[in-house]
Design a protein around this ligand. Structure first.
Ligand SMILES: CCCCCCCCCCCCCC(=O)SCCNC(=O)CCNC(=O)[C@H](O)C(C)(C)COP(=O)(O)OP(=O)(O)OC[C@H]1O[C@@H](n2cnc3c(N)ncnc32)[C@H](O)[C@@H]1OP(=O)(O)O
Length: 206
């Protein structure tokens, strides 16, 4: 795991750029402007893309330690504030559990008016993984099993939760769900996380 020392002000500016890009992606998905305006905006975006490529990294921002002392991963596709692909999810960890409030956007559409099943899977994969890590068993997803109970709406505040259930050697198990605020489950997940041998010794208890 690489730790980088980047000034907080630059990281904050990067996160603002990512948020502006999310707003842009939402606007692109929903725009109804005329064709000539689409072409004009596309040309402006191409120029902006080249400006950002003037100095570029090979990989997104890695794990680092935030000023509050917590491990963070600004480049992550689910929680990374500096990654425009990320929602980004803010995950609260408590003992064996992980919890995040999530409001999907039209950008996440799979079936008409509903969230793509792969997007739900991505969120649950991450939540389960963080629950396993919270319990002291960080690992790579080995197997993820999902049960889609009801369509997942976008534009509605939802709650994603997960809990570590057991561990055996390098393997750990976690369960989770995306639910309406009243607790009605929409998608349930179970996962097996395997700590790669390369990680052994890097975490307490391994
Ligand atoms: C360090 C700090 C990190 C902080 C993390 C913050 C949390 C972030 C949260 C992010 C969350 C998002 C995370 C992501 O998105 S992770 C990205 C998605 N996942 C991957 O890319 C994983 C790719 N696969 C691998 O790297 C390897 O195959 C792994 C590491 C999984 C196992 O390769 P390894 O060579 O180590 O395996 P082994 O053959 O010695 O077997 C060992 C044991 O494991 C059992 N097994 C093996 N494979 C599977 C399987 N597929 N399902 C169930 N069980 C499996 C096997 O039976 C055996 O059990 P036993 O016979 O001993 O009983």
């Amino acid at each position: 795991m690489t730790m980088e020392l980047t000034p907080e002000s630059r990281l904050a500016a990067h996160c603002e750029l990512a948020q502006q890009t999310r707003d842009l992606m939402d606007a692109v998905a929903l725009t109804e402007v005329k064709e000539d305006e689409l072409l004009a905006v596309t040309a402006e975006l191409a120029a902006l893309t080249e400006r950002l490529r003037a100095a570029s990294r090979a990989t997104p921002l890695p794990f680092d330690i935030s000023p509050d002392g917590n491990l963070r991963h600004l480049g992550n596709a689910v929680i990374g504030g500096a990654n425009p692909m990320a929602l980004p999810l803010v995950v609260e960890m408590d003992g064996l559990t992980a919890r995040a409030e999530v409001t999907f956007r039209p950008l996440h559409e799979g079936p008409p008016n509903g969230v793509h099943g792969g997007i739900s899977a991505m969120v649950l994969d991450h939540l389960l993984g963080q629950a396993a890590a919270a319990a002291g068993f960080p690992g790579m997803t080995g197997t993820l099993t999902l049960r889609y109970l009801r369509p997942v709406p976008y534009g509605t505040p939802l709650v994603a939760t997960a809990e570590h259930t057991r561990a055996e050697g390098r393997k750990s198990w976690a369960d989770g769900r995306i639910a309406l605020p009243d607790g009605t489950p929409l998608v349930e997940a179970s996962g097996v996380f395997v700590m790669p041998t390369a990680w052994l010794g890097r975490h307490p208890g391994t």
